[in-house]
Ligand binder design. Structure first.
Ligand code: AGP
Length: 602
């Protein structure tokens, strides 16, 4: 999704902006642009497509000496991905970049058009720069005009504005979209996440919703609705996450292979003998909790759904899972004894964040399971358990899903212990299986080669069904989502027992069924479901530790002593299958069309 970088200082500005935007590239975008004011002169470049196009356009441009600069990668929401719609947007003397959505932009636009302003783009963002200039022309000082502008904006935004009328200043505001300020002596940086400024700034301040101000003379002035405020900088991590591909063809591939290792990190310090320990939680936090509600989107929703089986089975606590975008508008009934859990890789997903805010307003205790510390969801939650997956660059989530599921599995055991619903024997079996999970996640050459070979059969056909039962149903949903995202082939995840209630009508030899057939979870039941499909000539790819005669293709799994081990091993197989099909189809695995890594609009 959109990314912002800004800089005030003496250094060469083009490189700072392009480097910073490069770090945000993985979030997904379809155009990019930069604007610089130096010696009171504005320069601006925009390009559709990849950042290389912008780099080409700015090839002969250099900015040395003091100046201010802003840059942006845009993921189209209002208006097509064109140069005119790309940020920064120009007024007469000012430029603006913005992430989020200005909900009342049409009303503001009409007002400005009524006073003679001409708009050149279809975006909501352009309203900000014209509104600023409108007030500025009414003899307001630039900051006063900016303050008045921000006051009129409704919706979510993180925005930076520069103007020839005050050429040594960047004006900033944040509400609902992430933004931070980095400091290094007299240099000031802005960014929508910390990766662009790691290695450049030494300290950081994460802006809160409702804060705005300006950067000038090596410092910032910060305000909110109560006036000027003080703030405390914190040290910025020095680790530059320049995650390289390490010889893998794609980040997604690297991330699939990393799962075994990162899973150990997810568990580190949390498995304590025959018990589970989260230093982030205390027993008091769970006192009085008699049910769980989980909200999430996409892949995170699938890990939530899988965990609902575990919470109910092991901790005997009712658990309801909701898609965050649906939850927001259903006028949900919320009970204060319900623990509200949000799950998010990025911690910035707008729908999930808003669902969390609703639950907080209703007085629920909140817990987030997230991969990005200091993200908006983490900061909004009462408690957080970090998944420790490391930065995930592939848009199609893999290791984030694996680590989320592991944290949720551990949490279900933690609660089962707290609620005294688990016997020692079962507990020992669960912990033992957890410890063996990294093994089940290892990818060996033989397996990868086999999937590569059989993937050539699955490039056409009229669709895929991934089927499973119990926790393997959410895994089927996730397998189908992975395939859809990067192959652009139609795929659905379905509960195996539900096929006969409709979808089986689609069965013929061009319907591909990926059947998840674990030994430890309703094997005989799912076997019958797959036989029903086979009898109607569907092409079957069976994934199971048990040989299955009716399969057209068969991948034999090895870890069948516990359902979760089977779950994780099958998860890897579905990920590699999606990867290999996508590669054969010649797609951009890491940045699939139309998708963004971090979905910060609703
Ligand atoms: C995963 O492969 C997807 N790209 C997407 O569904 C993602 O899981 C969803 O947008 C939620 O993101 P989050 O975990 O960062 O909140």
């Amino acid at each position: 999704m959109c990314g912002i970088v800004g800089y005030v200082g003496l250094k060469e500005k083009k490189e700072i902006l392009l480097d910073g935007l490069k770090e945000l590239e993985y979030r997904g975008y379809d155009s990019a642009g930069i604007a610089v004011i130096e010696n009171k002169k504005l320069s601006n470049f925009k390009a559709v497509g990849k950042l290389e196009n912008l780099a080409l356009k700015t090839k002969n441009y250099l900015s040395s000496g003091f100046g201010v600069a802003i840059g942006h990668t845009r993921w189209a929401t209002h208006g097509k991905p064109t140069e005119l719609n790309a940020h920064p947007h120009l007024g007469e003397k000012s430029f603006v970049v913005h992430n989020g959505i200005i909900e009342n932009y049409q009303e503001l636009k009409r007002k400005l058009q009524g006073s003679g302003v001409t708009f050149v783009s279809q975006t909501d963002t352009e309203t900000i720069v014209h509104l600023f200039e409108y007030y500025q022309k009414q003899n307001m000082q630039p900051f006063e005009a900016f303050e008045k502008t921000v006051d009129e904006l409704e919706g979510a935004y993180a925005t930076l504005l520069i103007s020839e009328v005050e050429p040594d200043t960047i004006f900033f505001a944040k509400n609902g979209s992430p933004m931070l300020v980095g400091f290094d002596d007299k240099d000031i940086y802005f960014a929508s996440s910390d990766t662009p400024i790691i290695g450049k700034a030494k300290e950081v301040y994460y802006l809160n919703d409702g804060e705005y101000g300006y950067a000038k003379d090596g410092n910032i002035k910060l305000y909110d609705k109560n006036g000027e405020k003080t703030f405390t900088k914190q040290p910025l991590s020095k680790d530059k996450f320049t995650a390289q591909k390490d010889g893998y063809r794609f980040f997604m591939e690297k991330e699939i292979y990393e799962q075994s290792r990162v899973m150990s990190e997810t568990m580190m310090g949390r498995i304590n003998g025959n018990s589970i320990h989260f230093e982030e939680l205390d027993q008091e936090f769970l006192n009085g909790i008699d049910s769980i509600k989980i909200c999430a989107c996409g892949t995170s929703y699938h890990s939530a759904l899988a965990s609902s089986y575990l919470f109910e089975r092991l901790a005997r606590i009712p658990c309801v899972v909701e898609i965050a975008s649906e939850f927001r508008y259903k006028e949900p009934l919320l009970d204060k004894n319900t623990l509200f859990i949000t799950i998010s890789q990025s911690g910035e997903t707008a729908d999930t964040l808003e669902a969390l805010k609703m639950a907080k307003r209703a007085g629920l205790k909140s817990l987030s399971i997230c991969n990005v510390d200091n993200s908006s969801i983490v900061r909004e939650s009462d408690k957080t358990i970090l998944t420790r997956a490391g930065i995930e660059k592939g848009v199609a989530s893999t290791k984030a899903f694996a680590t989320q599921t592991m944290v949720l599995w551990m949490l279900s055991i933690y609660m089962a212990i707290h609620r005294k619903t688990i016997s020692q024997d079962v507990l020992t079996g669960e912990i033992n299986a957890m410890i063996h999970t990294p093994k089940a996640l290892l990818v060996n050459d033989e397996l990868h080669t086999k999937i590569h070979r059989l993937s050539k059969r699955y490039l056409h056909g009229h669709g895929f069904f991934f089927i499973g039962r119990d926790i393997f149903y959410p895994l089927a949903l996730e397998g189908a989502l992975k395939l859809k995202e990067i192959s652009y082939l139609h795929a659905e995840g379905y509960p195996a027992g539900e096929m006969k209630h409709g979808p089986i009508a689609l069965a013929d030899s061009h319907l591909f069924t990926v059947a998840l057939m674990p030994r430890t979870m309703h094997y005989e039941k799912i076997k019958s479901n797959v036989e029903e499909l086979s009898a109607r000539d569907a092409t079957i790819l069976a994934i199971s530790p048990m040989p299955f005669d009716l399969a057209d293709d068969f991948i034999q799994t090895r870890y069948d002593s516990h359902p979760m081990l089977e779950f994780f091993e099958m998860m890897v197989i579905t990920q590699i299958l999606a990867l290999e099909i996508s590669i054969r189809l010649g797609n951009d695995v890491d940045m699939p069309r139309n998708l963004a890594k971090s979905v910060t609009v609703e």
